[in-house]
Design a protein around this ligand. Structure first.
Ligand code: TYD
Ligand code: MG
Length: 456
């Protein structure tokens, strides 16, 4: 039942609450305030108060425990979660509509249910039949203990949880859920936040892991769900190009593991398939050395990932030169272009420059700098690398190269993939303990040396 509540204004970007409407929020966003009903005060908090107050513990004496983890039956998902799903944890799975969130979730639900655990899949978006059709397609035989509930009312979900006592709960999606306590629309900041809080209570009291789906826009904006990010234990993001098969799962926040692991999947006819040889998949189609193409590598979590960086440099025929980067950071690219001009003598002033990281990966960190610079050089001068070449290293404003992380592991992977030489910062050389047999390692100090080595 709706309760009397006063009106407040909530920023859709950061969740900041203000008694009056403001043109710009303290987070910097403009026109981001929406009018909402204020949340009623939480009664539970008042009840918890005792005359002694809270009793702090000595940190030294606090025991630690091993988290009990559930195997999701999907290796790549386990890896991103930090080794499986921690009981009682809240996991937000974000991604654009149509990317495959419901697919990975039904696969996980069915895997866990196949081990005999009760799983409840709450969908505010699809009917039972639609969920069944997808499950028939991707799960094989549907296990006995997998329950579905098409529902958008959170109080009803609470009741269903009390009845079924699920050991794994899924909410697809948080934007469709609403609580009777508020009369604002589903998907509004206060609804999302209230539902997030209630779900946390369900998860923590019953020690139930919960997956919460959240839709984001093309620009990666979580809008409403951003306000629950601080509440949940993990925030995973599912990304990829809808017209390509590859999907990347990445964690932005993880209280039970690192945030640098990525999981790779292929969207196939019968659901998401795990990609075991991730470098092989990214490099598919790169057979010979061509102009404007250099292989780069980054170390993601516990494994190296190799991918192709392409560049195209063409004379500009409009007044100003165009610079476009896909998968790489635009500011970083402008810096690399400036260093190439100043420190390697390239004339790029009248040239359009396009840089593309093939395969839809958006690598983090700066060790992709050198490969991007060499790809630009290669396209500009129409010189292809003479051998199968991989390049890693961060470029500084002085043109110097800085060490890349885990260069030894990247070299090992490069040799395994049949690369004939690796161009890397000289400062990385000492970390290479085992020199591979068929792969030449070239240490260079700056961008000019790297170009000489590349063109040789
Ligand atoms: P879905 O999981 O419904 O996306 P989301 O929940 O993120 O909105 O997946 C949607 C797309 O995936 C849809 O366009 C069809 C495609 N798909 C496959 O290619 N193979 C499959 O086995 C399934 C279930 C979906
Ligand atoms: Mg869906």
């Amino acid at each position: 039942m709706a309760k009397k509540a006063k009106t407040i204004f909530v920023c859709q970007e950061c969740g900041y609450e203000s008694p009056t409407w403001m043109g710009q929020c303290i987070c910097g966003a403009w026109n981001s305030f929406v009018e909402e009903k204020a949340l009623p005060p939480a009664k539970e908090d008042a009840r918890r108060r005792t005359s002694e107050g809270a009793r702090p513990s000595k940190l030294k004496e606090v025991g630690t425990r091993e988290y009990k983890r559930l195997d999701t039956g999907i290796g790549e998902l386990n890896r991103v979660l930090g080794g499986g799903l921690v009981r009682g944890s809240l996991v937000l799975i974000s991604g654009e509509p149509g990317i495959g969130k419901s697919t990975i979730i039904i696969q996980t639900a069915s895997n866990i249910a196949k081990t005999g655990k009760r799983v409840l899949y709450v969908s505010g978006e699809e009917s039972e039949e639609q969920i069944k059709m997808r499950a028939d397609r991707v799960c094989g035989e549907i296990p006995e203990s997998l329950f579905v509930l098409p529902e958008t009312n959170l109080e009803n979900v609470e009741t269903a949880c009390e009845n079924i006592k699920p050991e794994f709960l899924i909410i697809d999606s948080i934007q469709t859920m609403y609580s009777d306590e508020l009369d604002s629309a589903p998907g509004s900041v206060s609804q999302v936040r209230t539902c997030g809080n209630k779900l946390m209570k369900i998860g923590k009291t019953g020690n139930i892991p919960i997956f919460i789906v959240a839709h984001v826009t093309k620009s990666g904006d979580l809008a409403g769900p951003k306000t629950v990010e601080h509440l949940v234990d993990c925030v995973l993001n599912f990304s990829g190009e809808r017209d390509q098969e590859l999907r990347i799962l990445r964690s932005f926040k993880n209280r039970f593991g690192t945030t640098s692991e990525i999981g790779a999947f292929i969207m196939a006819e019968d659901g998401l398939q795990e990609v075991a040889d991730i470098s092989g998949t990214f490099l598919e189609g790169k057979t010979e050395e061509t102009e404007g193409s250099v292989t780069a590598a980054v170390y993601e979590g516990s494994r190296p990932v190799m991918f192709e960086v392409q560049a195209l440099v063409t004379p500009s025929n409009i007044g100003f030169a165009r610079r476009t980067a896909v998968g790489a950071d635009n500011t970083r690219m402008s810096m690399i272009l400036a260093v190439l001009e100043k420190k390697a003598g390239l004339q790029l002033i009248n040239q359009d420059v396009y840089v593309n990281i093939v395969g839809g990966l958006k690598p983090e960190g700066t060790s992709v700098d050198l490969a991007a610079a060499l790809a630009i050089y290669s396209s500009h001068k129409s010189i292809a690398a003479s051998k199968k070449t991989l390049a890693i290293g961060e470029i500084g404003l002085t043109g110097d190269l800085r060490a890349a992380r885990y260069a030894d592991k990247i070299v090992k992977e490069a040799a395994r993939m049949g690369y004939e030489r690796v161009i890397m910062p000289a400062s990385n050389l000492k970390s290479i303990k085992e020199k591979p047999q068929n792969c030449q390692i070239i240490g260079v100090k700056n961008i000019a040396e790297a170009i000489r080595a590349f063109a040789r």
